[in-house]
Design a protein around this ligand. Structure first.
Ligand code: HEC
Ligand code: HEC
Length: 282
């Protein structure tokens, strides 16, 4: 079960660490970090919890039986996205359950009537409904152009984030954030930065032998060394054996914008972030 949940979280790591490292000074690092990431063990995984879903049963069933094809968020098959709560082949909950029982003939969607009990199928049905509700944003559609202005002025987001060649590298690079995060996730990042911190965005505090404390974004670590970027965008490397302390920060350095932006500004900002798709974005 632990393995399954790890798989789920790993499936979210579509936003590779190299994205945060665009730029001349960092190019050499990209190669090193790529290699290190391949060999790095994942002790940094922060379990993603979906608030509000009381019973984990449906989720476990989904991860074990459906996620291998549909992905942990149910959006891995082109044209099928359980997050939308709309189905191509079903217009009622009853029909969804029937698809699970009988599969979809002529496609890779298998029948589960032999593998799963009726109770389990119903639990899965409830989980699909939950997925749709949890991933749907409460937001009205915003205006991306106005959102850009919020990002650059009132939000002061550039103090910590980079979009293409503008801004800071203290926080993650957001140039491609629209391709890797959903609207609801973007909204949550702004309102509850501590809610879910992706493994590659975690911050650490190290204390050197001469009692200097440094906090920075963890770029990589192995058994012997740790690399981080401090608030002046310096890339630092430490030998773990020479450190007095090394710990993850539980809280995000990003402030919550709950109550600081009105609903309109928030919607605009999320639309702007959603429009950022690498070079195709604004
Ligand atoms: C071996 C891969 C595979 C597995 C495992 C699998 N599915 Fe599917 N599923 C598919 C494919 C492929 C489709 C798309 C079929 C089509 O072309 O319409 C699909 C379609 C569906 C649909 C219809 C989607 C729509 O928009 O109409 C539902 C609902 C569904 N799957 C639920 C599940 C559930 C729940 C599980 C786990 C119990 C599951 N699937 C496991 C491959 C899989
Ligand atoms: C003081 C620095 C700081 C400011 C100001 C700041 N952020 Fe962040 N932000 C961070 C850090 C650090 C992270 C990574 C840790 C985390 O996920 O909370 C982050 C994470 C994010 C993420 C999630 C990234 C991902 O990979 O999923 C989004 C989206 C985001 N910030 C948007 C914004 C927006 C929009 C603003 C302005 C309204 C903003 N941030 C202001 C530091 C900051």
């Amino acid at each position: 079960m632990v393995d399954e949940s790890m798989k789920m979280v790993l499936g979210k790591q579509r936003y590779p660490i190299v994205n945060h490292l665009r730029g001349r000074s960092a190019r050499m690092w990209v190669v090193t970090v790529c290699i290190l990431v391949l060999v790095a063990s994942p002790p940094l995984i922060a379990q993603k919890t979906r608030p509000g879903f009381e019973s984990d049963d449906g989720k476990q069933l989904f991860i074990a039986n459906c996620a291998p094809c549909h992905g942990p968020d149910g959006d891995a098959i082109p044209g099928v996205d359980f997050g939308h709560g709309k189905f191509r082949r079903a217009s009622s909950n009853g029909e969804v359950l029937e698809i699970m029982r009988s599969g979809v003939q002529g496609t890779a969607m298998p029948a589960f009537s032999n593998e799963l009990s009726e109770v389990e199928i119903r639990r899965l049905g409830a989980y699909l409904t939950y997925l749709a509700a949890a991933t749907q944003s409460t937001l009205v559609p915003g205006d991306a152009a106005r959102g850009k202005a919020v990002f650059e002025s009132k939000g002061n987001c550039l103090d910590c984030h980079r979009i293409k060649d503008k801004g800071s590298r203290v926080g993650p690079d957001l140039t491609d954030i629209g391709s890797v995060r959903r609207l609801s996730e973007l909204e949550r990042s702004i309102l509850e930065p501590d809610g879910e911190i992706l493994p590659q965005n975690r911050f650490v505090r190290v204390v050197s032998r001469d009692d200097v404390t440094i906090t920075g974004r963890l770029l990589n670590q192995d058994s012997f060394t740790v690399q981080l970027m401090d608030s002046d965008e310096r890339l630092l490397s430490f030998e773990k054996s020479k450190l007095k302390a090394f710990a993850f920060l539980e809280k995000s350095p990003m402030p919550s914008y709950q109550g600081k932006l009105n609903a309109r500004e928030l919607a605009d900002l999320v639309s702007y972030l959603a429009s950022l798709k690498g070079n195709g974005g604004r």
